[in-house]
Design a protein around this ligand. Structure first.
Ligand SMILES: *[C@@H]1O[C@H](CO)[C@@H](O)[C@H](O)[C@H]1NC(C)=O
Ligand SMILES: *[C@@H]1O[C@H](CO)[C@@H](O)[C@H](O)[C@H]1NC(C)=O
Ligand SMILES: *[C@@H]1O[C@H](CO)[C@@H](O)[C@H](O)[C@H]1NC(C)=O
Ligand SMILES: *[C@@H]1O[C@H](CO)[C@@H](O)[C@H](O)[C@H]1NC(C)=O
Ligand SMILES: *[C@@H]1O[C@H](CO)[C@@H](O)[C@H](O)[C@H]1NC(C)=O
Ligand SMILES: *[C@@H]1O[C@H](CO)[C@@H](O)[C@H](O)[C@H]1NC(C)=O
Length: 500
């Protein structure tokens, strides 16, 4: 009789995958998000995405429904709040998982302490180049949004295919969060074997467009990261000096704020609108590739409702940004890794094991496939936008770059002439214009070669001390204000950008 009971239980287990796969566990999650709504990753925006993931994991009746997430939100002020909070709270029970912070300097401190305690940290921020080094102090960090170096791959691939050689990196440096500084630092690092100049623009000082233009003259490609108004000022100045006739390429990088690029970004309703529209014909934008799938609709609707309920004023509430998407997917990724680890006999206490199971894997996120590289950083997909109708001044996505396989997808609107430097050398013949004979919808993939990227990364690693030309022009304010630099804890995330 006991034999039959055993057999019965055995069959029940074999036939009921839910029963055999569900593992129950309580998980303490500590989330750092700013209350201040001027951030795209504020609590009011991102918390609903985390709650949404939590509910879906629970409701799925699937293998993760046994996980019970106990989520605790704390403020992050992009300074030291998150660190102090983590330390205070951890005197008692340490959290099992930390989500955030997003801001670079704050994340650096939190991730260091968390890594020391072997607590997994997943952030849709911490995008600076230095976080890529996971050997020591950032060992338990998983980056669920594509970092700035991943973005830079888009540029290195373009430079390769179009035989561009030199670039000027123009960025606004606010000396606080330094988003633009870190954004272009990624390009600077990845493209160390090109001729790269940097030019910081201080936030407070008026823009010296003459000096900027002087620096543009001896380069081919200008890559900018700064506020929309300053970009317009520079484009207008370049237009007046006839630099927008095709012998220079202009790019701006705007990854997260969908409302600030593309159609109408040149328009201000002043007397310069017409010039600006013409100037912007040579300004291209690199941004994150956004994908949607059926699940996404309901997510997006739910997010919009939650944001309105919380009284958040936003023009673009329907636009789910990368931070919302990323922190949602962070919950899924952790659940997958924890489940796998527990099935293999580990517990939630082994943060090292869980972290390693989050890396080098692909899973289905809320907006599409999410691919994590072996270093625990998400592979990035980026879109290149260009003005395709100069009369109307409208923008279209002309190409997409897929980080996972290092390929470009050229869309029908792509025009090789637009990306050919005029009055210099011819564009590389390898960038084909044909569309595979399948009609307008057919897309031409150009293989960039992940191998090349890897070689460049390795090459960079060994030769980064030997940047070819780096002119660091400092504004007056900066020279007589070295105290401010110290206050930035410049070495705090081991940035080599301006130190080069
Ligand atoms: C929110 O952040 C912005 C930009 O960093 C800052 O100007 C503002 O003072 C902050 N608001 C509060 C209430 O802290
Ligand atoms: C996004 O861009 C728009 C237009 O440039 C700007 O008004 C808005 O403040 C930006 N939002 C954030 C959170 O940076
Ligand atoms: C955690 O897992 C690793 C294997 O990934 C193992 O070497 C280590 O001993 C485990 N640590 C604890 C505290 O169990
Ligand atoms: C990454 O995953 C692939 C297959 O999924 C595997 O072949 C490879 O060995 C893994 N790499 C590392 C470093 O774990
Ligand atoms: C810009 O406007 C044009 C025409 O209205 C439209 O076809 C295009 O999709 C828009 N581009 C973007 C990026 O929204
Ligand atoms: C590269 O990856 C993208 C996205 O996963 C896919 O659509 C494309 O077909 C791939 N290209 C090649 C050449 O494998």
């Amino acid at each position: 009789m006991p034999y039959f009971t055993t057999l019965f239980v055995y069959f029940l287990m074999v036939l009921n995958p839910v029963m055999t796969n569900t593992i129950t566990e309580d998980i303490d999650v500590l989330v750092f998000l700013p209350q201040n709504n001027s951030f795209l990753f504020s609590h009011a925006r991102v918390a609903p995405a985390i709650r949404y993931a939590q509910q879906r994991l629970k409701a799925d009746r699937g293998q993760y429904s046994g996980f019970s997430f106990n989520i605790h939100f704390e403020n992050s002020d992009c300074d030291s709040d998150a660190l102090f909070n983590l330390v205070d709270r951890s005197c008692g029970q340490k959290p099992d998982l930390i989500l955030g912070p997003v801001c670079e300097y704050e994340a650096a401190a939190v991730v260091r302490v968390a890594s020391h305690w072997k607590i997994p940290v997943i952030s849709a921020g911490a995008l600076a180049t230095a976080f890529r080094d996971k050997n020591t102090e950032y060992s338990h960090l998983t980056r669920i949004a594509p970092s700035y170096v991943k973005m830079a791959e888009t540029f290195s691939a373009m430079f390769e295919h179009l035989s561009w050689k030199s670039a000027l990196l123009l960025y606004e440096d606010d000396k606080r969060e330094r988003n633009c500084y870190f954004t272009l630092e990624g390009v600077f690092h990845l493209m160390a074997d090109h001729n790269i100049k940097t030019y910081p623009i201080s936030e407070e000082d008026p823009l010296n467009t003459d000096d900027v233009i002087q620096n543009i003259y001896d380069t081919e490609v200008v890559i900018m990261c700064m506020g929309a108004d300053k970009i317009r000022e520079i484009m207008l100045a370049a237009h007046r000096r006839q630099l927008t006739k095709g012998s220079y390429m202009f790019f701006n990088v705007e990854l997260f704020n969908a409302t600030s690029y593309g159609n109408g970004s040149w328009k201000r309703g002043d007397k310069y609108d017409n010039d600006a529209r013409q100037a912007y014909a040579s300004l291209n934008t690199v941004t994150l590739l956004r994908t949607v799938k059926p699940d996404f609709e309901s997510f997006s609707r739910e997010m919009s409702k939650s944001m309105k309920r919380s009284g958040l004023y936003c023009k673009d509430c329907e636009n789910v940004n990368m931070f919302m998407e990323g922190f949602h997917d962070a919950m899924l990724l952790y659940a997958i890794a924890l489940h796998e680890a527990m099935k293999n006999g580990y517990t939630k206490m082994n943060g090292t094991e869980i972290t390693s199971r989050m890396w080098n894997r692909t899973f289905e996120g809320i907006a599409g496939q999410v691919s994590m590289d072996v270093n625990g950083d998400r592979n990035g997909d980026f879109s290149l936008m260009a003005m395709t109708d100069v009369v109307a001044g409208t923008y279209e996505v002309v190409a997409n770059y897929f980080g996972v396989n290092g390929t470009f997808q050229l869309l029908p609107a792509f025009n090789i002439d637009h990306f050919t430097l005029r009055g210099r050398h011819k564009a590389h013949p390898e960038m084909p214009e044909k569309s595979c004979g399948l009609g307008v919808s057919a897309l031409t993939g150009v293989i960039v070669g992940a191998v090349l990227g890897t070689v460049m990364l390795i090459a960079f690693y060994f030769f980064r001390k030997n940047y070819r030309i780096t002119i660091e022009r400092r504004t007056h304010g900066e020279e007589c204000d070295s105290g401010k630099h110290r206050q930035l804890r410049e070495d705090s995330i081991r940035s080599h950008f301006s130190a080069a």
